[in-house]
Design a protein around this ligand. Structure first.
Ligand code: HEC
Length: 388
């Protein structure tokens, strides 16, 4: 973000907050009550976090390398703050504020006052960002008094202005930020499983381009080709983790119901949902490109067999459609377990069964497993396989 876009955004954002109608008796209390009784969805909460129309969180806070720098980095905030501290940080930002983030008041000649966040303090003066997003360079000689207030730069009403459901989703998202996904994590395969990737190089895979191996991570660079393993598998269980690496972007994708059909509005037009998108790939089974369990950011969730679903008619679409969207917020690690016996596949995503013994007609009896190149960069780790 450059200075002028920060300024433009802040102007609109704070104006919106000021003009927001005064809320009922104690909005904080009703949001606390909602957080006690409702179950939040971290995936939806990420959308609130990234939505500039809502709390503007992303403009001030960064998570795993993406976002603003006008507030503390929140990559591991769910680890640092317990639930009550988190609720307090969101609902009463000025209750406890680290000194660097307190609003500063400057008294200028003629009784004028300026309030904002100090961006830089140097011998000749101060660079201050005000709440309208304007930057002021104030020479030292003009500052008659400088006072650090007890109030936070984080606006009091930014989370308070949310409706209960998005608020609870937002809390679930902040709570889900437990560890930095960019950090290395060592795990050993469970009994009966063997590593399917040596963590160092691509020698176990057929020659390809756009992939690299480093420090236990298999990384797709978002260009090049698919990645196929050298070994042919018959019946197996494959476990792996993946995460998207690119900054999430807003996209509108079709809403696919549990029937396997796209939802339509009253005029018969396909309905879409605005989601955060960072990429698209899939696990390719036994050398058959069509037998692809999608890994993507569609609202229907990963684990879908797109081509089979599109070709099926009536009730036959159901088995190719994930039962629920079980994906974690974009950028976090997801764990998939995929079991293929004969031509029946079952998939668990983050511990939730999304596909149950679905038959994949035309699947060869044996063949290699691959990962699709479609769009976006992503990382894979902890790839383990057990053959039956
Ligand atoms: C104008 C910038 C700004 C906006 C917008 C903003 N914050 Fe903050 N936030 C801050 C600052 C500065 C702090 C540190 C001072 C404090 O604790 O109040 C902070 C603190 C926090 C903390 C506590 C962090 C810690 O390490 O203790 C959380 C959690 C948080 N913000 C979440 C959010 C969420 C969620 C939103 C969106 C609803 C949001 N913030 C919007 C600036 C902002």
């Amino acid at each position: 973000m450059n200075a002028s876009s920060v300024s433009r955004w802040l102007k609109g954002f704070f104006l919106a907050l000021w003009t927001f109608p005064l809320l009922a008796d104690s909005p904080a209390e009703s949001l606390r009550e909602a957080a006690r009784t409702l179950h939040g969805d971290a995936w939806k909460g990420q959308k609130v976090f990234f939505d500039v129309q809502h709390g503007g969180c992303i403009q001030c806070h960064a998570v795993a390398g993406y976002g603003g720098r006008l507030g503390p980095d929140l990559t591991t905030v769910g680890m640092r703050l317990n639930r009550s501290a988190l609720l307090e940080a969101l609902l009463e930002p000025s209750k406890q504020v680290a000194p660097a983030w307190r609003l500063v008041e400057l008294e200028l000649p003629g009784g004028a006052r300026l309030e904002g966040l100090i961006q830089e303090s140097y011998a000749g003066g101060i660079r201050l960002l005000d709440r309208q997003g304007l930057e002021h360079i104030v020479p030292k000689g003009q500052i008659q008094r400088r006072k650090r207030t007890s109030r936070s730069w984080m606006p009091e009403r930014c989370a308070l202005s949310l409706a209960p459901e998005p608020f609870v989703d937002l809390v679930a998202y902040c709570d889900s930020l437990k560890s930095d996904p960019r950090k290395f994590e060592r795990k050993t395969p469970p009994a009966g499983f063997k590593s399917w990737f040596n963590g160092r190089d691509l020698l176990e895979f057929k020659p390809t381009s756009g992939w690299e191996a480093q420090n236990g991570i298999l990384r797709h660079l978002g260009r090049g080709d698919h990645l196929w393993h050298r070994t042919d598998l018959r019946d197996f269980e494959l476990r792996f983790e993946w995460r998207w690496m690119d900054a999430p972007k807003w996209e509108s994708f079709p809403v696919i119901a549990s029937s396997g059909y796209e939802l339509q509005d009253k005029e018969g037009k396909p309905m879409t949902e605005r989601v955060l998108d960072s990429g698209d790939s899939g696990v390719l089974l036994r050398g058959l490109f069509k037998a692809q369990a999608n890994l993507f950011c569609y609202p229907v969730g990963s684990g879908e067999f797109w081509e089979y679903r599109e070709a099926a008619v009536g009730k036959d679409r159901v088995p190719f459609t994930p039962r629920v969207r079980a994906d974690r917020p974009v950028g976090q690690w997801n764990q998939m377990t995929l079991r293929l016996v004969g031509n029946r596949v079952s998939i668990w995503l983050n511990g939730i069964e999304v596909v149950n013994e679905t038959e994949l007609p035309g699947l060869p009896a044996k063949g290699p497993i691959g990962f699709q190149h479609e769009h976006g960069r992503f990382e894979l780790r902890h790839l383990w396989v057990k053959e039956f």
